[in-house]
Every structure is written in structure tokens, then in C-alpha cells.
Design a protein. Structure first.
Length: 275
């Protein structure tokens, strides 16, 4: 920082020399803005401290002014990262939004090709889907709630879930056109339970790190098996005794397909044990 021409009072008894000294001290002691130029740090801290002295009604302490400088440096550091397309824990990654913007802005001539391709592809894929797939996707988009969408298309929960999953997989396969379809980012969280996609990505990464630290392995992309409170062998015995999949499903509050899957697993386990 350049030396002030005069040691004038900035506010609440703090002089220009003192404000510069506090700004320099804050810049030197800041440990969470690595990569930010020292002069850039000091200037941001000085501006924030000076502004705070003019706005606050009660004389602040030196520690409060230093904290104000740290907060300003941190905010500016994040803005710098965002402007350069960097963010998150891995500072080497460039955000997709940054690439999309600057790829178009830095081109010799602005092009709407990407937007047009996406819109045309969506229209073509939509007509290629089956009427049932279009119906469940439209119902979910309009109602933003699984239960209301199920009632709108007159389906039970199990049938709606199966049809919705098939519709999404069909859409992804057509969207990628021969490439490996992308996986689902997370489970539906409509309305108040909705979360940003990047929140789900960070949450998934955190859970993976916890599982790795604990030495456990989880099936990627699948829900944990639902606990019914009974063994699969008991379900097989009950099915052999004349009970139906649907009846047992209503008893345990699950779909008939889930009961059938558990019975088949028990039958396979018994066959392997007899070999």
C-alpha cells in the first residue's frame, strides 16, 4: 500500500496510517486466500475497513476491523475464482458454465448453434418416446409431486416408478445417441425437499469418502436394500403355502415385484445350497 500523504482521521479516532497498518496485517495473516496477490489482498482489506469506519455508529476494535478485512478478502477471492471459472476443492477444474459462456463470447462470431441443437434434439426425442413415457414425464413435470402425478395418470406407486425409470433411461439413451448414457444425479426431491444438483454431487462425494475411511463398500447408484423384518426364506415358504406376491406386498407395504425378487433370491440360495 502506498504511504498516506497525511495522517488524517478516517473515523472513530483511527488515522490513515492505522488503517493501512491494519489492512497490511490482515493481508499477511490471512491463510485461506492462497494464490491471491498480496497487494490485491491489502487493497480489498483497506477498502472494507475504511467503509466500515464510515458506516458504523460505535467505535470498533482492531480485531473487528481485521475480521472485516478478512471477510472482504475472502469474498473477493471467491469472485476471482468464479471469474476465471475455477471453484470447489479442486482449483484445477474449470466450470461448465464458464466454458459455455466464453466459448461463445470468444468465438469470431456469436452462434446460437448449441441452443438450437438442444431444442431440436429435445423435440425429436420427445416424439420418439412412447405415449406412456411422455404421459408420466409430463405428469411429474406439471404436478412436481409423485403422489399427485400417480393419481393424474391413474397408476399405483410401483407402476409409476417403473414407468418413470424406463422413460428416463429411454430419454438418456436417445439424448446421448450411442454414447454411454449419464447416470441419475440423485433421487427425486420435489418441492421443499428439492436440492441443487451440485449439492447432491458434493453430498455423494462426502458419503463416498466416509465409506472409504470406514472401509465399507456401497453399491454405486442404488438404494440400500429395504428391510422387511422377515427372512427371504420365510417369504418363499409363505409363497409355497399359497400366498400371493401382491398379498404379501400389501402386508409389508411394498410392491409385489419386490416380494417376487426376494422370493427368487431365496429360491436361488436354496438351489446353491443343495449343489
Amino acid at each position: 500500500m502506498p504511504r498516506p500523504r497525511a495522517d488524517d482521521v478516517v473515523g472513530h479516532g483511527y488515522t490513515a496510517f492505522q488503517v493501512v497498518r491494519l489492512a497490511v496485517w490482515a493481508a499477511r495473516e490471512c491463510r485461506w486466500v492462497n494464490g491471491m496477490d498480496m497487494v490485491h489482498r491489502t487493497e480489498n482489506a483497506w477498502e472494507a475497513i475504511t467503509e466500515h469506519l464510515h458506516l458504523v455508529a460505535v467505535r470498533p476494535g482492531e480485531t473487528e476491523l481485521i475480521a472485516i478485512g478478512w471477510k472482504a478478502m475472502k469474498a473477493q477471492h471467491y469472485q476471482d475464482l468464479k471469474a476465471h471459472g475455477l471453484g470447489g476443492k479442486d482449483k484445477a477444474l474449470v466450470s461448465r458454465a464458464f466454458l459455455r459462456y466464453w466459448t461463445s463470447a470468444s468465438a469470431p462470431a456469436h452462434s446460437h448453434e448449441d441452443l438450437l441443437v438442444d431444442r431440436i434434439a429435445l423435440a425429436q426425442i420427445w416424439t420418439a418416446l412412447t405415449p406412456t413415457h411422455r404421459q408420466v414425464l409430463t405428469a411429474l413435470a406439471e404436478h412436481d409431486d409423485r403422489r399427485r402425478a400417480e393419481r393424474a395418470v391413474n397408476m399405483d406407486a410401483a407402476a409409476f416408478t417403473r414407468t418413470l425409470g424406463r422413460a428416463r433411461r429411454a430419454f438418456f439413451a436417445l439424448w446421448h445417441e450411442g454414447e454411454t448414457p449419464s447416470k441419475m444425479w440423485g433421487y427425486d426431491r420435489p418441492g421443499a425437499r428439492h436440492q441443487n444438483v451440485m449439492y447432491l454431487v458434493r453430498l455423494r462425494k462426502q458419503r463416498a469418502l466416509k465409506r472409504k475411511a470406514a472401509g465399507t463398500v456401497s453399491r454405486q447408484g442404488h438404494r440400500p436394500p429395504k428391510e422387511l423384518g422377515v427372512l427371504n426364506s420365510e417369504l418363499l415358504a409363505r409363497f409355497g403355502g399359497g400366498e400371493t406376491y401382491a398379498g404379501m406386498g400389501r402386508e409389508f407395504g411394498v410392491s409385489a415385484d419386490l416380494i417376487k425378487d426376494r422370493v427368487n433370491k431365496a429360491r436361488t440360495a436354496q438351489g446353491n445350497a443343495l449343489r
